[in-house]
Design a protein around this ligand. Structure first.
Ligand code: ZN
Length: 236
């Protein structure tokens, strides 16, 4: 049996058989992995605290002919406090759902981003949707379509009025606008720029306010749908 040690977070968990769990992990070293935890739903199971979503830890995995079996977990953080605030819990679930659906490859930078986003939601007093907004900006940037720029992505002109071209996920000028473009107001762009340039651990002091804040979330959600074909899970 080959044994592997990875730092990973549980992004999806399903009950199987009587007492087992099938976990989908996103790991720092190998990206996504599907692993089994045997007998872990029993009351006395040694690894039971590591079987739920959000559990972040160091997993030891034995690979047999038929399965990857978790034999030991050293928990770094279970982000338990997320379960005490339903709004934050859903926002954090949306982050895991995005990782589950659209992230394909190992990406150490993105792994760190996921942990920072969850830490901020769990432990900081942040305004609703700021973390998911920033996480979406980070995901688009990882996909190669950052839209924090002063230049039109089609002609290179300096942007006065801005439109998001949903076909390419980038900003264009009025002259390059197509039928797949939606207007981005100055307030919205300003909110996006501030979210993008403010690290997660500084979000506590952030207050955007006004129309820009709501428009930013709507624009990012729409861009996510167009880029990936998925909708964000419903936030409350
Ligand atoms: Zn242009």
């Amino acid at each position: 049996m080959a044994s592997t040690k990875v730092k990973a977070i549980v992004i999806r968990a399903a009950n199987v058989k009587d007492k087992d769990k099938l976990l989908h992990l996103y790991s720092l070293e190998q990206g996504k992995m599907v692993v089994s935890m045997r007998g872990v739903r029993g009351d006395k199971a040694k690894l039971k605290s590591a079987k739920e979503i959000f559990c972040f830890g160091e997993f030891i995995i034995e690979t047999t002919k038929n399965a990857n079996i978790v034999t030991s977990v050293s928990i770094i953080d279970s982000f338990y406090d997320l379960s005490k605030n339903i709004e934050k819990y859903y926002e954090a679930c949306a982050i895991l759902d995005i990782v589950d659906k659209v992230v394909k490859e190992p990406d150490p930078q993105l792994f760190i981003t996921i942990i920072k986003a969850l830490e901020t939601l769990c432990y900081e007093d942040v305004k609703k949707f700021y973390v998911i907004d920033k996480f979406l900006l980070d995901i688009f940037s990882a996909m190669g379509c950052s839209f924090i720029t002063d230049k039109c992505s089609s002609c290179g002109a300096t942007l006065g009025s801005r439109y998001l071209n949903l076909d390419i996920g980038e900003l264009v000028c009025p002259a390059c606008k197509t039928s797949s473009c939606i207007a981005v107001s100055d307030a919205c762009y300003s909110a996006l720029r501030i979210l993008s340039s403010t690290p997660y651990d500084k979000h506590t002091s952030l207050k955007l306010g006004g129309m820009g804040e709501a428009q930013a979330f709507n624009l990012l959600s729409k861009n996510y749908e167009w880029r990936t074909g998925y909708t964000l899970i419903k936030l409350i």
